[in-house]
Design a protein around this ligand. Structure first.
Ligand SMILES: Cc1ncc(COP(=O)(O)O)c(C=O)c1O
Length: 384
């Protein structure tokens, strides 16, 4: 194989036509003047809280414009350590924290650190699509275990999928796309798996941890901080997707390696963005803004759930995040394509969350109530 061929193969990994096609079509239809509503979005539609924006302006005026420390700005790492220690009720040192350009880099960083080509990574399906992408890039063996309908973990299947070569299990609660939460029972059983398989680590992606409607968010981190890595982000909690600010919490010894990697690659998010991040975590006004956002999401969740139920869909109501993941009883890609062409509403085909979900679509309720009402009316029409 020629070098250029290898590169082409590499960059095509995970380039599924599905989501790209729907988004491109939605844009094209909008440009033609059609009243397109996109419920295919993975970000809150609220502006970033004013307090955070003010902090950014201040940071720029104070010339926080030089290279950041590749671990993250020390004051931000201290703020993250305090914030997470209090949320998780455990001691966390600033030396465990790596600040990154959004939470996403934690996925490849962790895989790169813990695996060699041929090692195995286990994903729970439906999964966030960045996970299998990096598994393939690093030439790892992908093992997929389908979650139960209610989002709980089928432990016999999971245990059967783990071998001595399994280095990483990725979990994501609250889940994108189902909104399911980790249960105490499942968490206890995950911890038993860590005992049984000494070379296994868990990457716990908790980017939706503050967008919760029912129950409490459970993190396994405090129970096994030497074997669990936390992926967190400012993107969803503070409606800061475009700011690109996230972090990982690692066992301290791993940081030494990751910092070298990070300093040779990204260095980190803009210094002034990191300073604004301190305000996001500590300012009481910002916390009230987050609560109000979640309140509004809950109102929309209840509304959309009610409408979908009336249309006859069966689903598990999301306890967190901002998506409905529903079985549409036909090919989800076909459904998405037709719904967009005929009614100008974009939803995400379920297939991108795993091969078992070809008949599903994901509907995001991170859109205004007006849009949701209109989109539900159009869906009802479409089904007729
Ligand atoms: C489950 C999950 N993890 C991680 C991310 C990455 O978020 P970011 O890189 O913006 O922090 C997302 C964003 O869509 C997500 O849904």
């Amino acid at each position: 194989m020629e070098f250029r061929e290898i590169n082409r193969a590499f960059f095509n990994i995970g380039n599924e036509p599905t989501a790209i096609e729907i988004n491109a079509k939605a844009k094209a239809l909008k440009a033609e003047g059609h009243p397109v509503i996109s419920l295919a979005v993975g970000e809150p539609d609220f502006p970033t809280p004013e307090g955070i924006k003010e902090a950014l302006y201040r940071a720029v005026k104070e010339n926080r414009t030089f290279y950041p420390n590749p671990r993250g700005v020390p004051e931000l790492r201290d703020a993250i350590a305090a914030y997470e220690a209090s949320r998780k009720n455990m001691p966390i040192s600033s030396n465990q924290i790596l600040v990154t350009v959004g939470g996403k880099p934690i996925i490849p960083y962790t895989m790169y650190l813990l695996t060699n080509p041929g090692d195995e990574v286990v994903l729970l399906e439906p999964y966030y699509l960045a996970y299998p992408y990096w598994v393939k890039v690093f030439n790892l063996k992908l093992k997929v275990v389908r979650l139960n309908e209610d989002g709980t973990i089928p432990f016999d299947a999971l245990r059967a999928s783990i071998t001595d070569r399994t280095r990483l299990l990725i979990i994501n609660y609250p889940s994108n796309p189902t909104g399911a939460m980790l249960t105490h029972e499942d968490m206890s059983r995950l911890l038993l798996l860590l005992d049984e398989f000494p070379s296994l680590y868990i990457l716990s992606d908790e980017v939706y941890s503050r967008i919760i409607y029912e129950g409490e968010h459970i993190s396994p981190l405090p129970h096994s901080p030497d074997r669990i890595i936390l992926l967190e982000s400012f993107s969803k909690t503070f409606s800061m997707t475009g700011w690109r600010l996230g972090y990982g919490i690692y066992p301290e010894w791993m940081l030494e390696y990751l910092v070298k990697y990070n300093s040779n690659l990204l260095t980190g998010p803009a210094t002034f963005v990191q300073y604004a991040g301190i305000t996001a975590l500590t300012d009481p006004g910002v916390q009230r803004d987050v609560e109000n956002m979640v309140k509004e999401f809950r109102r929309r969740r209840d509304y959309v759930g009610q409408r979908l139920e009336k249309m006859g869909f069966k689903f598990h109501k999301p306890s967190g995040a901002f998506y409905y993941f529903i079985d549409v009883g036909m090919d989800g890609m076909e459904f998405s394509r037709k719904f967009l062409e005929e009614k100008f509403v974009a939803v995400t085909p379920g297939i991108i969350f795993g091969p078992s979900f070809g008949n599903y679509v994901r509907i995001s309720f991170a859109s205004s109530m007006d849009n949701l009402e209109e989109a539900m009316d159009r869906l009802e029409d479409f089904l007729k």
